[in-house]
Ligand binder design. Sequence first.
Ligand code: DGL
Length: 282
Amino acid sequence: MRWGSYFWYMKKSPIGVFDSGYGGLTILKEIVKQLPEYDYLYLGDNARAPYGPRSFETVYQYTLQCVDWFFQQGCELVILACNTASAKALRNIQQKDLPKMGTHKRVLGVIRPSTEIIGNYSKSRDIGILGTTGTVLSNSYPIEVSKFFPDINVFQQACPMWVPLIENAEFNHPGADYFVIKYLEGLLAQSGKIDTILLACTHYPLLIDKIKQYLPAGITVVSQGTIVAASLVQYLENHPDMADAISKTGSLQFFTTDAAPDFDNHASLFFGKEVKSQHIFL
Ligand code: DGL
């Protein structure tokens, strides 16, 4: 116990992990592997997914409501395991809302950990970003990558059909191939030198086999789960007060804004294990 710390007298609470739907489970899965001792609350805003095509203001308002819900559950640390929410809502929440809600609370996203490391994968210095329309239009990736790797050229491709295909469990069926080929061609037409592609949407790891199948040899496909998990490990090492404030019984609780049985049916595909969720209204 740290007597000088803000947190020492507070009730310990789980880490909140958020996504518009199921995609954040691909991140939570890796976080739990690296930090099994902590407790986690997962919230999927399935009733309002997908976020990808929605406006900046809408994604911000929806994400803020979900973050507020985590805070009402007592969470001190919330991870936006969603690129679209990280691109469109994180900065506002960190700069405008958190100071009003209690400065000790923290909200982290998935873009920064990915952009800090992505340049290490590339020899050619041309990389590709595959994401939702919202993530691509925000330009968050080119802006953030240029801070850590100014010599890297970033090419982006929006893949608006991929989240619906994945959320509807059509990603393994032949219909998905058309849209995988279409978006990969769209990306590779922008540069013949791309040697690294980041899956900058937490849903896309479910399509990774099809994506690899249609890419020329020699291109590395990077998913975010292990990167975000390693970054959280580092964050908690650097912030021992926050690490102390998190409860550690190894528990996982799942919540959805849509029907719980539907969530449970789909979630195991993303999480790799059976999931039992509870429904909430926001
Ligand atoms: N999983 C989310 C992301 O990482 C987006 C899904 C959506 O469009 O809601 O961007």
